[in-house]
Design a protein around this ligand. Sequence first.
Ligand SMILES: [Zn+2]
Length: 358
Amino acid sequence: MKQKLTQLKEEFANEAAQIKGPEKLEALENKYLSRKSGLLTNIMKGIKEVAKEEVAEIGALANETKNYITSGLEELRASLGGGAASFDFTVPGKKPPVGHLHLATIAIREIESILEPLGFVRARHPDVEWDYYAFETLNMPGDHPARDDWETFFIDEAPIKMNLPEDSLKLVKEGRRLLTPHTSSIQVREMEKGVLPIRMMNISKCYRRQIDVSHVPMFHQFEGLVIDKDINITHLKGTIDYFVKKFFGEDRTIRLRPHHFQFTEPSFEVDISCGLCHGTGKLEDGSACRMCKEGWLELAGAGMVHPNVLKAGGIDPNVYSGFAFGWGVERCFSMKSGLNIDDLRLMYKNDLRFNEQF
Ligand SMILES: [Zn+2]
């Protein structure tokens, strides 16, 4: 059999050399490789008589012969040029993989496009921030216990000279640095620019030492800050209500629950009506909604800017007032109706099986 296979290769090579036009190729292929009656198939029928210990060797040689003939046919096809005859229109085309923006980017762009028409201008602050802006100016001095809520990553170094503006109210010019744990770090930075009124949004990365189904150590928040004369809670409520209707749908409503944050007074937690049970807490069949607590979902924090924060930014709280809100981008996005992302960590695992679903 070995000999027959070697011979077959030679025969094929000779015959292939005589082929002058592409119309003969199919017959040549059938003659050698047809599964029913091709020469190779005929030789391989004899495998039953081959001694057991030789079967593997013969098998390998048969494969090699087949590859030799196949690639010979391909070469011939390429060199003779099959024209339209060799182009098979029924073979499915090759689709290059097409990507799309990451969910976080999609959400950020959507949030930006909703707030921009209201006059919010996007601003940014450094990811590696001074303790001064992240906590101190936000009414959380030194060892204030409220700082514990932020699970902050501090930079491991002794206090160093801060690059604050010349006319900064800060007397001690040394400080510690950290990875900014929230977007509110930008508030006093914006006030220090000395341009009023302020209407800014900050959509940035935040860092906290936490990881579970609803937390990731690097996530995004978006923050709105408005400071002007005669700003009151109705402006805050109207802005958030407008945002929620645009982002989640016209049928969603909000409610404000009294809460406590150091840097706003009064402070609120913002809830939105549940999209699954439409704020009733019960599904159509009467069973309790698994998505929400009695019809409401916790969404965000908000409040009127604390007078101490305005003072830290060099603004007279007797003349100006303002409101601020700060929410998690990923959390907000995962709460959109029908998305049902039950583990936020999936968003940053780079698993295409997850990403391709959106
Ligand atoms: Zn519900």
